[in-house]
Write a protein that binds this ligand. Structure first.
Ligand code: TEU
Ligand code: CA
Length: 554
């Protein structure tokens, strides 16, 4: 299937639209918004997990892979969602959380009850001679990555929360179960799959980590990961010529991703990678703040653009998801330049080579939540951090600064539909507070205003479908050393595209080396984010956060 002209929209079901007033978004709510999504022009809807779950990690702790959590609706609702979406030419993409299950899953319960078959589904290991955990690895959510199960007399590995037990993929029964789950959903007409932290499934060895302490070198891009993905592909989605898959790759490398998402690899269609979203991490630490490193951002995006193309592999393109603070609040200016910075970020991303993802609310310029009360937070990672740093004696104000910048709840606040109470998300009390800026930032206003951020996204989606150069053109970085401008060229047999974007509050100008351009007069303005964009010249002026896309047809 050709997916080069497709755009994916990510829905966080819990926060999208609540139709029965329990404060939790649901499948009927998504169905009620399909016309909105169709008008936007997206092709796929990736839904975060909707399976029965204790919700300790908002559904990434799956208790049953082949059912719908009653909080979201029924299987009949899901089938209706698929049908109604397909009627509008939209496909559903489901989230497959296969590195771990919830400890509430029947498999784990049977393991605890002493069934040998199921104990072998997980990574139970004896403690060290002194009774301490088998290795010193740290959980990604803080604390040790091993928990002791007295029922078994051993520890089990959990790279995430202690209620998320890692599966043992080296057990062929496990791999067969997982393929059967994909096939179950294929049977419902699902063609799209997103695989959660799929590059962590192959553990290299269970040893103390002397270097980084967290253990990631022992399980990231492990020895069998490619073989197991190829096997899963053959046993499930690879049998469907219309399948489209994306793997979430944690702390990976370009070389590994060329395999994961290589056209000829028989693994996945595409990958999510995160290097470009760590440029504001001080010393690679999520909970240490620094202004984003613009030079690094450009280099990373460019290296992945050219490296994946050279390897004949395909990338996902995204600024936002449910785990990231809002990019607009992070790389833009969500106060004085709300519209310009939101549309600039969108323009830069949507003209790159790869599949663009729009995370719910991004298309209307939703911002970080900026909560200042720990009771407003729901995410286990945030509440764990608060407890941990408080215990270390860090002042509350300091911890709040970190959470306001980095908490995953920044992205998870309810979708802002209109200016009615609770932003039109729910008639009850939302599970997570609505951002108080909804009277100003909401979908109803955005759809009405032809110059809104929403309409800019619509135009970008339409352009990808119209212009083959956006789908498959070669990428070249321009003005590599410019401290404010991200500029690049896309080029194929049909056309040449030039994108100029100012990432900062101050005006500047793009001095493109004229010898690299065909006659400047040949470039037409395709899309700008300010009224009256200038023509392309040797010194194209750019206002704060201005982004301009030019096209030259061949
Ligand atoms: O996330 C994987 C992951 O490692 C991160 O994005 C993580 O949330 C972040 O590093 C914490 O700082 C995936 C899901 O997207 C996330 O929501 C889940 O919590 C996680 O896997 C476990 O299933
Ligand atoms: Ca509901």
């Amino acid at each position: 299937m050709n997916f080069k002209d497709k755009v994916v929209y990510q829905i966080y079901p819990k926060s999208y639209c609540d139709t029965n007033g329990d404060g939790i978004g649901d499948l009927p709510g998504i169905i009620s918004k399909l016309d909105y999504l169709h008008d936007l022009g997206v092709d796929y809807l990736w839904l975060n997990p909707i399976y029965p779950s204790p919700q300790r990690d908002n559904g990434y702790d799956v208790a049953d892979y082949c059912a719908i959590d009653p909080a979201y609706g029924s299987m009949a609702d899901f089938e209706r969602l698929c049908e109604e979406a397909e009627k509008r030419g939209i496909h559903i993409m489901l989230d497959m959380v296969f590195n771990h299950t919830s400890t509430a899953h029947l498999w784990f319960q049977k393991a605890l009850a002493g069934e040998e078959k199921y104990r072998r589904y997980y990574l139970f290991r004896p403690g060290k001679a002194d009774g301490s955990a088998p290795t010193n690895w740290q959980s990604k959510f803080g604390g040790p990555a091993w928990a002791y199960a007295p029922e078994v007399g051993q520890y089990y590995l959990h790279l995430f929360d202690e209620t998320q037990a890692d599966l043992d993929w080296s057990n062929p029964d496990v791999r067969a179960e997982l393929a059967a789950i994909v096939n179950f959903w294929r049977g419902k007409g699902v063609h799209g799959f997103r695989f959660d932290v799929i590059n962590l499934i192959s553990k290299r060895a269970f040893e103390d980590d002397p270097n980084y302490f967290d253990g990631r070198q022992y399980y990231t891009d492990g020895p069998h990961v490619h073989a197991w993905l190829q096997e899963l592909n053959r046993a499930s989605f690879g049998q469907d010529p219309d399948s489209f898959t994306v793997g979430e790759m944690s702390s990976t490398t370009l070389a590994a991703c060329v395999h994961y998402a290589g056209t000829e690899s028989g693994e996945l269609s595409s990958v999510f990678t995160f290097h470009h979203l760590k440029v504001d991490y001080k010393n690679q630490q999520k909970w240490a703040l620094q202004p984003f490193d613009f030079a690094a951002l450009k280099t990373l995006i460019s290296d992945w653009q050219t490296g994946m193309a050279a390897g004949n592999a395909w990338n996902a393109l995204f600024w936002n998801n449910h785990d990231q603070p809002r990019a607009l609040s992070r790389f833009g200016n969500d106060r004085e330049h709300h519209h310009a910075s939101a549309t600039m970020l969108a323009s830069v991303l949507h003209c790159l080579r790869g599949t663009p993802y729009i995370y719910q609310g991004e298309e209307i310029g939703m911002t970080n939540a900026y909560f200042d009360d720990i009771d407003d937070y729901r995410d286990v990672e945030s509440t764990n951090l608060y407890a941990e740093l408080t215990a270390q004696g860090r002042p509350a104000a300091e911890i709040h600064t970190l959470l306001r910048a980095r908490s995953r709840d920044n992205a998870r606040t309810p979708m802002q539909w209109d200016s009615s109470p609770q932003a039109g998300f729910s008639s009850g009390t939302p599970w997570l507070r609505v951002n108080p800026n909804y009277p100003r930032i909401n979908a109803a206003d955005a759809v009405r205003d032809p110059h809104s951020i929403y309409h800019h996204y619509r135009s970008l989606i339409a352009l990808r479908k119209q212009e083959s150069v956006i789908q498959d053109g070669d990428y070249t970085l321009l003005l590599a050393d410019h401290p404010q401008i991200f500029a690049y060229r896309r080029d194929n047999a049909d056309a040449e595209l030039i994108v100029l974007a100012n990432f900062y509050d101050e005006a500047t100008s793009a001095a493109l080396p004229l010898e690299t351009l065909a006659r400047p007069g040949d470039y037409q303005l395709l899309l700008g984010n300010y009224p009256a964009a200038p023509a392309l010249s040797a010194h194209t002026p750019l206002r704060p956060y201005e982004a301009i896309i030019y096209l030259r047809r061949k």
